[in-house]
Design a protein around this ligand. Structure first.
Ligand SMILES: [Zn+2]
Ligand SMILES: [Zn+2]
Length: 263
């Protein structure tokens, strides 16, 4: 009720430029409504999206983003390389009987581009793309603009020792003003699900501290955690010794807006 139940989707705005969308989870639907409220129903909206990987919780919002379902709406999706083509793989799930129509039948235009270990310019922002440990090919992103930086590592398999950090993740998070990082499990839950592709809350804090980041957003909450569980998790994370190296730790919540401008 307070943290929200939608799945991964973050909107990142640089000045007056169209938002950069990170992941296409069910949060993309309310984001589409918010964009309509702001820009009006007739404004052609051009979105650029970066997709970490194709697990359901990261793509389920794709056919429900109203501004790109209309004529004139466009979305360019950069996503991980697939066996076959990214667009063709998406077509295998956005198709009857899973969904009434295919992407090409939507009125807006959605284009797909595979990307990995590269940088992409979007307006005045530079997006660095790296492969990160999860289950299957999965990307993490670092977005830099106007001297500020945000790292987005939504799904990240913590190593057994929960100490080492891959070079790719360290590079993405290096000195970032804000790190949005997988924090799905408590230590006890991780013991049961150590190979499920995710991090612990403590490991998320550890990664941000190791990388010298400023602030951390705990992200990708376990759907079994209640609002009260989340309050407790965030309160505990703030008190971790390594959190002392950060300027702040917060729990991601639907509608939460953070200004990443430099102090
Ligand atoms: Zn995943
Ligand atoms: Zn996920």
């Amino acid at each position: 009720m307070r943290y929200g139940g939608n799945t991964s989707c973050v909107s990142l705005e640089v000045g007056d430029e169209p938002p950069i969308v990170l992941d296409l989870g069910s949060g993309l639907r309310p984001l589409g409504h918010a964009l309509e409220d702001r820009f009006g129903l007739d404004a052609p909206i051009e979105l650029t999206a970066f997709l970490t990987h194709l697990h359901w919780d990261h793509i389920i919002g794709l056919p429900f983003c109203r501004p790109i379902l209309r004529l004139g709406g466009t979305m360019e999706v950069f996503g991980p390389p697939q066996d076959g083509d990214l667009h063709e793989v998406i077509d295998r799930v956005v198709v009857p009987p899973f969904f009434p129509v295919q992407v090409k039948q939507l009125h807006g235009s959605i284009r797909f581009q595979e990307v990995a270990d590269d940088t992409v310019a979007v307006g005045s922002a530079k997006v660095t793309v790296r492969r990160v440990p999860h289950v299957g090919t999965t990307l993490g992103f670092r977005i830099e603009a106007n001297g500020s930086s945000v790292a987005y590592v939504s799904d990240h398999q913590a190593p057994d020792d929960r100490q080492s950090v891959s070079d790719a993740v360290l590079e993405l998070c290096d000195g970032a003003d804000l790190v949005i990082h997988d924090a799905q499990y408590t230590d006890d839950e991780f013991a049961e699900k150590a190979t499920w592709g995710h991090s612990t809350i403590a490991y998320a804090v550890h990664v941000a501290a190791e990388a010298g980041a400023r602030r951390l957003v705990l992200y990708h909450h376990d759907p079994l955690h209640s609002d009260d569980d989340m309050d407790r998790i965030v309160d505990e994370a703030v008190c971790f010794e390594r959190a002392g190296r950060l300027d702040g730790v917060v729990g991601a919540a639907e509608g939460l807006a953070i200004d990443v401008g430099r102090r």
